[in-house]
Design a protein around this ligand. Structure first.
Ligand SMILES: Cc1cc2nc3c(=O)[nH]c(=O)nc-3n(C[C@H](O)[C@H](O)[C@H](O)COP(=O)(O)OP(=O)(O)OC[C@H]3O[C@@H](n4cnc5c(N)ncnc54)[C@H](O)[C@@H]3O)c2cc1C
Length: 375
C-alpha cells in the first residue's frame, strides 16, 4: 500500500482542524486532513454557537480576543453567511454574593483590554426587557463584541473553503494507529494509519476533540482529560425577543436568526461517549428559564441534541507540542468552550509552526503543565 504524504497532517475535522487547515494552507503548507465521520459531526456542529471573550480565566482571555478578531476576518472571507453576529454576551448575576466577584472580574478584563461593563439590575432589564419582574436581578456583565454563529454552517463552510484552496480533505476515514519513525529527533516523521490507508508526514496536529486522547495513547501519552456531555433544547421559532447571548448559573441561551430559542445546560460527566439526550439533566435549568423568562411557559420545545466536550483538569486547552516529540502537536481539551477558541488557536498555532511571531504566547497552554503520563 502506498504511503501518502503532506507537509502537515491534521487529525479531526471540527472547527479547530478545519481552521488549522485554513490558516496553514494560507501559509502555503500542503495539508491532508483526516476525519473519521464528516466535518462538523462532533461538538463543532452541535454546540451552543457562543463566541465569547468575557468571563474567561486570565490565561485564556488574550487568546479569546485573538479568536474574535480571527472570527471577524474569517467569516468575511467565507463565501456564505454563517450567521456570525456580534450581538453581545450578557452574564446575569442572580445572587448578591456574586456582585463583588463580577465587579472585580470586569475591572481585570478591562485592564487586559476587553470592552466589558458591569450593569446594574435596571440596565440589565433595559437590555433584556422580557426578564421576569418577580425575580431579583443583581446586575450583569456585558461584552458587546461577543456574539454567536451557526456551528454546523461555519464548520462546513470552512471545510468547503479549504477544499477549494487545495487541502486534501478525507472524510469517513478514522485514525487507528500513529507511530514515530526514525526516532524522536529532527529527522523523525510520524506515521498515521487509518481505516482506509497509510500516511506519513514530518508534522501531525491532533485536533480530534474527545477522540484526541485515544490518538495520544497510540504514541504512549496518557492525558488526564474527562469527557462530559452538554445538551441543548430548541423551542419553536418566535419573533425577535432577545438580542444578546444570555448566560446564567447552570446554563445559557440565545435566539438564533430564524427565531428559535436555543436553551443550553452546562456540561455534566457522562460515561461511554453517550450522546443521547438525557432530559433529566434539564430539571433545575428549565425551572430557572421559566422563572427568568415567564413567556417561555407555553413555548413548545421542538427538538434537542447533545454532544461531548473534553475537559482538562484546569479547564483550559492544551495547545502545543508533545513533551519530547516536537513534530506532534495537540490542540484539544477545550473544556466546553472551544467553538469560539478554535479559529484563534488555529491562527496562533499556524504562526508558531511557520516560525512567525505569534499574536499571543501559547506557553500557558503547554502540555507539560500536567504530570507526564504513560499509556
Ligand atoms: C451542546 C454543546 C454546546 C456547546 N456550546 C459552546 C459554545 O456556546 N461556545 C463554545 O465556544 N463552545 C461550545 N461548546 C464546545 C465546542 O463545541 C467544542 O469545544 C469545540 O467544538 C471543539 O472543537 P474541535 O474541532 O476541537 O473538536 P470536535 O468538534 O470534537 O472535532 C473533532 C473531530 O475529530 C474527529 N475524530 C475523532 N477521533 C478521530 C479519529 N480517530 N480519526 C479521525 N477523526 C477523528 C471527530 O469525528 C470530530 O469531527 C459546546 C459543546 C456542546 C457539545
Amino acid at each position: 500500500m502506498t504511503c501518502q504524504t503532506a507537509d502537515i497532517i491534521i487529525l479531526g475535522g471540527g472547527i479547530t482542524g478545519c481552521s488549522l487547515a485554513y490558516e496553514l494552507k494560507k501559509k502555503k503548507f500542503s495539508i491532508i486532513l483526516l476525519e473519521k465521520e464528516t466535518v462538523g459531526a462532533a461538538a463543532s456542529g452541535r454546540n451552543g454557537g457562543g463566541v465569547r471573550q468575557q468571563n474567561r480565566v486570565p490565561e485564556e482571555l488574550p487568546l479569546a480576543m485573538v479568536a474574535v478578531k480571527t472570527w471577524q476576518q474569517m467569516t468575511q472571507e467565507l463565501s456564505i453567511d454563517v450567521e456570525y453576529r456580534q450581538n453581545g454576551n450578557l452574564m446575569l448575576i442572580l445572587s448578591e454574593d456574586e456582585i463583588a466577584y463580577y465587579k472585580e472580574a470586569v475591572e481585570r478584563q478591562k485592564r487586559a483590554g476587553l470592552e466589558v461593563n458591569f450593569l446594574d439590575g435596571k440596565q440589565v432589564r433595559e437590555l433584556v426587557p422580557v426578564l421576569s419582574d418577580s425575580i431579583e436581578i443583581f446586575g450583569g456583565t456585558y461584552c458587546p463584541s461577543d456574539g454567536s454563529a451557526n456551528p454546523l454552517l461555519v464548520t462546513k463552510a470552512l471545510a468547503e473553503k479549504v477544499r477549494k484552496l487545495g487541502v486534501d480533505m478525507r472524510e469517513q476515514e478514522s485514525v487507528i494507529g500513529v507511530k514515530e519513525k526514525n526516532g524522536k529527533g529532527p529527522s523523525c516523521t510520524i506515521n498515521v494509519k487509518t481505516t482506509k490507508g497509510s500516511y506519513e508526514s514530518p508534522m501531525v496536529i491532533n485536533s480530534a476533540g474527545v477522540g484526541s486522547g485515544k490518538i495520544c495513547k497510540m504514541l504512549g501519552f496518557d492525558l488526564p482529560f474527562e469527557v462530559k456531555r452538554s445538551q441543548i433544547l430548541v423551542t419553536k421559532a418566535i419573533p425577535p425577543i432577545i438580542k444578546p447571548f444570555v448566560s446564567h448559573p447552570g446554563g445559557y441561551m440565545r435566539q438564533v436568526l430564524n427565531g428559535n430559542l436555543h436553551l443550553g445546560v452546562n456540561s455534566q460527566p457522562v460515561s461511554g461517549y453517550d450522546i443521547r439526550t438525557d432530559i433529566s439533566a434539564f430539571g433545575d435549568t428549565t425551572r430557572r428559564y421559566m422563572a427568568l423568562f415567564p413567556f417561555m411557559e407555553h413555548l413548545p420545545v421542538i427538538r434537542s441534541w447533545a454532544g461531548l466536550t473534553y475537559w482538562t483538569p484546569d479547564a483550559y486547552p492544551v495547545v502545543g507540542q508533545a513533551p519530547g516529540l516536537e513534530n506532534f502537536y495537540l490542540a484539544a481539551g477545550f473544556s466546553g468552550h472551544g467553538f469560539c477558541l478554535g479559529p484563534g488557536v488555529a491562527r496562533v498555532l499556524s504562526q508558531v509552526i511557520a516560525g512567525e511571531k505569534p499574536d499571543v504566547d501559547l506557553g500557558c497552554f503547554s502540555w507539560s503543565r500536567f504530570p507526564p503520563g504513560n499509556a
